[in-house]
Ligand binder design. Structure first.
Ligand code: HEM
Length: 170
């Protein structure tokens, strides 16, 4: 019975025409480039806040503070680690048919939480631009890597944006 439910979930995930599936070479490129930056947690969050102060101002703990002084604090490191760990978890689930339902579950939850905080699609777009710029300057970037990351973000944002619109992805 459990197997049947899982099989139906996998079929549902794969049958959704909006559900992007990365092929194994894309997954490899996303993983190898992420491995180069995934220990730069605070630098990544700094780059995001520096480029888009409106994102920083959404955080009750950070709003109105000086980014340069915030960067070395424990609160800053903690949040940076949360975001980077979320990406690491997402990326570790890519590339397998049987992990597609788990990907939807973590993204629905994350999207729902951020919808409740009033984070907009435009702000998610800003976050994406800032992270991609950071990756471009800290990895061996190329069109193939960019294409793979665009697919990874499109897959992630399809679920997050559906939640911002008020309906989780089944
Ligand atoms: C893909 C991009 C993002 C990822 C992976 C991400 C990830 C996370 C994670 C894992 C948490 C902690 C768990 C939770 O409470 O939900 C969190 C909290 C939060 N995020 Fe995000 N986030 C992203 C984008 C954004 C953006 C663009 C904003 C604001 C414009 C934002 C604002 C917040 C706030 C305000 C919190 C709560 C912080 C607190 O507990 O004080 N996030 N985020």
């Amino acid at each position: 019975m459990k197997f049947l439910v899982l099989a139906l979930c996998v079929v549902a995930a794969v049958a959704d025409p909006h559900w992007v599936m990365l092929d194994s070479s894309e997954v490899g490129l996303v993983k190898s480039s992420w491995d180069k930056v995934k220990t730069h947690e605070s630098d990544i969050l700094y780059a995001v806040f520096k480029a888009y102060p409106d994102i920083m101002n959404k955080f009750p703990k950070f709003v109105g503070k000086d980014l340069e002084s915030l960067k070395g604090t424990a609160d800053f490191a903690l949040h940076a680690t949360r975001i980077v760990s979320f990406f690491s978890q997402y990326i570790s689930l890519l590339g397998h048919d049987n992990t597609q339902p788990a990907i939807k579950t973590i993204l629905n939850e994350m999207g729902y939480n951020h919808a409740n905080r009033g984070v907009s699609k435009a702000q998610f777009g800003e976050f994406r631009s800032a992270l991609m710029s950071y990756m471009k300057s800290h990895t061996s970037w190329g069109d193939n890597v960019e294409h793979a990351w665009n697919d990874a973000f499109d897959k992630m944002y399809y679920v997050i944006f559906a939640n911002l619109d008020g309906h989780p992805v089944a």
